[in-house]
Design a protein around this ligand. Structure first.
Ligand SMILES: [Zn+2]
Length: 101
């Protein structure tokens, strides 16, 4: 999984197709991401001993990483490529324009 926390991404399939947001959490082990504004479920909660406040809370549901594409500042949704820089580090690049992501 090449998407990381803080990336700007667009949903490319599913009911939220076309939505964009920032990755809040990435879970590489299960190939899932949580995006700030997308896939928010309203949860109705009641006041109990542990949660003092009842009401409706927003809960961000995780997305499959294969259903989102990273946004390149030049070309929009794109695939992630990798290049090796002068220090031997891996740098993520846009596969369309070749710019660093
Ligand atoms: Zn690009």
């Amino acid at each position: 999984m090449k998407i990381r926390k803080g990336d700007r991404v667009r949903v490319i399939s599913g009911k939220d197709k076309g939505a964009t947001g920032e990755v809040l959490f990435a879970f590489p082990a299960v190939e899932k991401v949580i995006i700030d504004t997308v896939n928010v479920a309203k949860r109705h909660t009641r006041p109990t001993g542990t949660t003092k406040q009842g009401g409706i809370i927003d809960k961000n549901l995780p997305f499959k990483a294969c259903n989102v594409a990273i946004l390149c500042s030049n070309c929009g949704p794109t695939k992630i490529g990798v290049r090796i820089d002068e220090q031997g580090r891996k740098v993520r690049i846009c596969r369309k324009c070749g710019g660093d992501l």
